[in-house]
Design a protein around this ligand. Structure first.
Ligand SMILES: *[C@@H]1O[C@H](CO)[C@@H](O)[C@H](O)[C@H]1NC(C)=O
Ligand SMILES: *[C@@H]1O[C@H](CO)[C@@H](O)[C@H](O)[C@H]1NC(C)=O
Ligand SMILES: *[C@@H]1O[C@H](CO)[C@@H](O)[C@H](O)[C@H]1NC(C)=O
Length: 438
């Protein structure tokens, strides 16, 4: 009841107001939350992104000392994001790019404004140039409910085991739900991981509501496509992230399929001109071309859309990736782990019978979508096709160690088996002639 003295009634309105606009009732609404990092693609830089519930300045204070004052400062911008749900909840997304950072060095930072600061976080900058060995944790399909692999990932990230994360689509289940509160919950949940290293993403089908607006607003990926497709260099690798969803949600625009395809082709061309310096080309997209799961997903169709394109002939990706000698294709969507033998057009192209992944004659595919979500795990068919090398129906994630220009090490970590490695293999390719798979 608010029939009180004007002072109290005003207070009451304020309380109701703050409950209405804030994510967490009682927290100061100008205090940053949902802090996360991404790599903007320029050597020596890092982008910090966070959320507030009122407009404030966007500032990051940083330095190299663990305690004491943070001597360095960077300012950025904030933009309001209005969710598409009936409450039209408004978030202020802040972005600040830190530049001229020293390579391979630990920094401490906090973000916010005079109206409220985040706690301090730490990250290590990426090294420059191709001559180092990045380590990544890779997975898709991580939800706000049942995020099975997250505690282990968090421990390993805090131990400094990784340089970056690749989240191959499908977040929160779903970020738009409950008037985007599920998105807020998810972004808070991943903060201990995502505020400590670049958290690189691509969109999945669960992001599609309101034209992928929660995805586009909340993350800050390189390039000018709001994170739908982009690429970046990491040590000896060129990493391409793209949207498989343009092939499925056509009402948002047919032209996106063509636009992305043209961009992919020109990016692959450029990457191949630079291939002597960065021999690995690694792609990440949400829905696989092939899979052995017992469901009716696109990857179960002989002419899957991602593989063969629209109407089985327009803008298919298998030919494109094969033609430009892509080494490794990472997928998710299926809530399981699967590794394929080197494959092109349903034919297996082992390097040799004994060492299938040494000088493979076609791209290598892995599907890693078992980080954990409310939909649980996806079963496999009983009799997989001969192109399927291994299938694991356990929660977990993938480690990708890009050792140098010729050697990449891939491991699958089972969270169900307390961190046991349930798949372990090397892809080895020569330094030269990487574009040719003939
Ligand atoms: C959906 O998003 C894409 C990419 O951001 C944009 O080009 C397109 O115009 C949007 N479509 C609608 C209907 O808003
Ligand atoms: C590829 O190599 C694997 C492992 O040696 C083997 O089981 C499979 O039969 C090979 N496939 C072809 C087509 O050579
Ligand atoms: C990459 O590392 C492997 C394993 O240590 C080594 O055998 C190989 O020669 C290295 N390649 C290059 C180009 O340095």
């Amino acid at each position: 009841m608010c029939l009180l003295h004007p002072f109290w009634s005003c207070c009451c309105v304020l309380v109701l107001f703050s409950l209405g606009v804030q994510g967490a009732p009682g927290a100061p609404s100008a205090t940053p939350e949902q802090v996360h990092l991404s790599y903007p693609g320029e050597p020596g830089s890092m982008t910090v992104t966070w959320t507030t519930w009122v407009p404030t300045r966007s500032e990051v204070q940083f330095g190299m000392q663990l305690s004491g004052p943070l001597p360095l400062r960077a300012v950025g911008t904030s933009s309001p994001f209005v969710d598409g749900g009936i409450l039209h909840r408004k978030l202020y997304i802040h972005r600040v790019m830190l530049r001229r950072l020293l390579p391979g060095v630990q920094y401490v930072y906090r973000c916010g404004s005079a109206q409220g600061w985040s706690r301090r976080f730490r990250f290590k900058t990426l090294k420059n140039g191709p001559h180092w060995s990045p380590r990544l944790a890779v997975f898709g399909d991580l939800g706000a409910e049942n995020p099975k692999a997250l505690p282990r990932l968090r421990r390993e990230v805090q131990q400094g085991m990784y340089d970056a994360i690749l989240h191959v689509g499908d977040f929160a289940y779903n970020m738009d739900e409950d008037n985007a509160r599920v998105g807020d919950k998810f972004m808070r949940l991943i903060e201990p991981v995502a505020a400590s290293l670049p958290y690189m993403t691509c969109p999945g089908n669960h992001e599609q509501r309101y034209n992928f607006s929660n995805y586009k607003a909340r993350f800050s990926m390189p390039g000018n496509t709001e994170g739908l497709w982009y690429s970046w260099d990491l040590g000896p690798a060129h990493i391409i992230s793209f949207s498989t969803e343009v092939y499925f949600f056509l009402h948002y625009g047919y032209h996106l399929v063509e636009k992305q395809f043209r961009w992919l082709e020109s990016d692959l061309q450029k990457a191949n001109q630079n291939r002597a310096a960065r021999p690995w080309i690694i792609t990440m997209g949400h829905r696989p071309m092939y899979c052995s799961n017992a469901d009716l997903d696109d990857c179960r169709w002989h002419e899957s859309k991602v593989r063969k394109g629209l109407f089985g002939q327009l803008y298919g990706l298998e030919d494109l990736f094969y033609r430009y000698g892509v080494d490794l294709e990472i997928w998710a969507h299926e809530h399981s782990y699967e590794r394929l033998w080197p494959i092109y057009n349903y034919q297996v192209f082992n390097g040799s019978q004994e060492r299938p992944y040494t000088n493979p004659r076609a791209p290598v595919h892995i599907i890693t979508g078992s980080a954990g979500c409310e939909e649980r795990l996806t079963p496999f068919v009983i009799f997989p096709q001969p192109w399927s090398a291994i299938r694991v129906r356990e929660y977990g994630y993938t480690r990708l160690h890009i050792l140098n220009g010729t050697h990449v090490h891939i491991q699958q970590v089972s969270d169900d088996q307390d961190g046991k490695i349930v798949d372990d293999f090397w892809v080895v390719r020569p330094l030269t002639n990487r574009m040719m798979y003939l």
